[in-house]
Design a protein around this ligand. Structure first.
Ligand SMILES: [Zn+2]
Length: 396
């Protein structure tokens, strides 16, 4: 097996704990901090890949193993040459392990040492997912970044429950690593590329730190995950019902202690102000369904805060959604028109709002990177956060 790494990560500038860098995957470089649009079922809902690539400049998206494994199924994706070739997305792809989605099924699942048994939300059939199966599936998908199979405890779980979950996650991380390495040694990865001077052409595997709201468990989880050794490290199990202050206690303590020479990924978070705050603690990667999901329910994220187009106050408003946004939706359409589309149940309302929301998230990260490079990150964060309060002060 090649001794070259599957990805490389270089930090090019620091401002406080915030870092700006480049993550190079086998499908090209990605500037960090980066927001990854969520492509649950092999599609970022409501937007074409051409738009994501050309206008919005997205270099990496996320796919959900759980959803794609159930439908269309691993056999279909394998037979079609992996997820890149099946879906037509040619840039970098990160897949989660399915652990979180199964966890969020709640009562429908049963967790044992071996793995998780659950009922499919598609057809009600009994399914079983384990670290080994998750690695096999993600290899068949050919994702460029694979996530270890983890177990998540509820945000308000007591220490003994969180400990059991964290220890199981550590054992599953070890099993994920072993199976993953075996698959790579046999070159059983659908997305494999030629090795370059820098990279091996193989998949990369990220480990996930758990431990709920308990700092000692988080520290232990980090130590055990780093001992196994991964090409990137994620903070999992946040934004799952705990108080926001708990999330920031964990992120601000944990992120700066994560290995500095590998990317740090905060899973499933969050609002634009959350992303900027997490960057200030040294996080490099994010994913969240908010821009796409809220786009489909008539909500727009703007530099002055969140707008709800259901609100009658926009009926005659001829301004763009966000006067400081240069996306093609804001260049062409008014709030009045977008509200009309939404109220009429037009498909285009979802398409245009999703487009603008993703443009806003990706542009925010671009500005974050610039401010870190020029040493103005704190000033940017203060002005950005103040701007987001405008609408809430006006109570719209
Ligand atoms: Zn816009």
């Amino acid at each position: 097996m090649s001794t070259k790494p599957a990805i490389s990560f270089e930090v090019l500038a620091r401002d406080g704990e915030a870092r700006a860098g480049v993550l190079t995957t086998r499908r090209g470089p990605i500037e960090t901090p980066v927001f990854m649009p969520v492509g649950t079922a092999g599609t970022v809902k409501g937007i074409r890949f051409e738009v994501l690539e050309r206008e919005l400049g997205a270099h990496i998206i996320l796919g959900n193993t759980y959803h794609l494994w159930l439908r269309p199924g691993v056999d279909v994706i394998r037979a079609c040459g992996g997820l890149h070739s099946f879906s037509g997305w040619q840039r970098a792809l990160l897949t989660d392990s399915g652990g979180f989605q199964v966890w969020s099924l709640g009562a429908l699942r049963k967790i044992t040492e071996e793995g998780t048994e659950f009922r499919s939300h598609v057809d009600g059939s009994l399914k079983f997912l384990s670290p080994e199966i998750s690695m096999d599936v993600q290899a068949a998908f050919g994702s460029d970044i694979v996530m270890a199979f983890d177990e998540c405890a509820a945000g308000d779980a007591p220490p003994d429950v969180s400990r059991k979950s964290m220890e199981l996650t550590a054992r599953w991380a070890n099993r994920s690593r072993l199976r993953f390495d075996g698959l790579q040694a046999e070159e059983l990865d659908a997305g494999r590329t030629e090795a370059t001077d820098l990279l091996s052409g193989a998949q990369a595997l990220f480990g996930i730190v758990q431990g709920g709201a308990h700092q000692d468990l988080r520290r232990e989880s980090l130590t055990r995950t780093v001992e196994i050794g991964f090409e990137g490290y994620a903070i999992g199990g946040l934004s799952v019902g705990e108080e926001k202050s708990v999330m920031w206690d964990v992120v601000s303590e944990l992120a700066p202690k994560m290995p500095a020479h590998w990317p740090r990924y905060l899973m499933g978070v969050g609002t634009p102000e959350d992303l900027v705050e997490a960057v200030s603690h040294g996080v490099d990667m994010f994913d969240c369904v908010l821009p796409t999901r809220n786009g489909r329910t008539g909500q727009a994220f703007t530099s002055r805060g969140k707008m709800n187009l259901k609100n009658a106050q926009w009926t005659l408003d001829t301004r763009p959604l966000d006067e400081s946004c240069s996306c093609s939706v804001c260049r062409r359409h008014s709030r009045a028109y977008l509200r009309h589309l939404y109220m009429s149940g037009e498909i285009l309302a979802s398409v245009l709002l999703t487009h603008h929301n993703l443009a806003f998230f990706l542009d925010t990260m671009r500005r974050v990177r610039q401010s870190i490079r020029s040493g103005n990150f704190k000033k940017f964060q203060r002005e950005f956060t103040e701007g987001l309060d405008v609408y809430s002060r006006q109570n719209v």
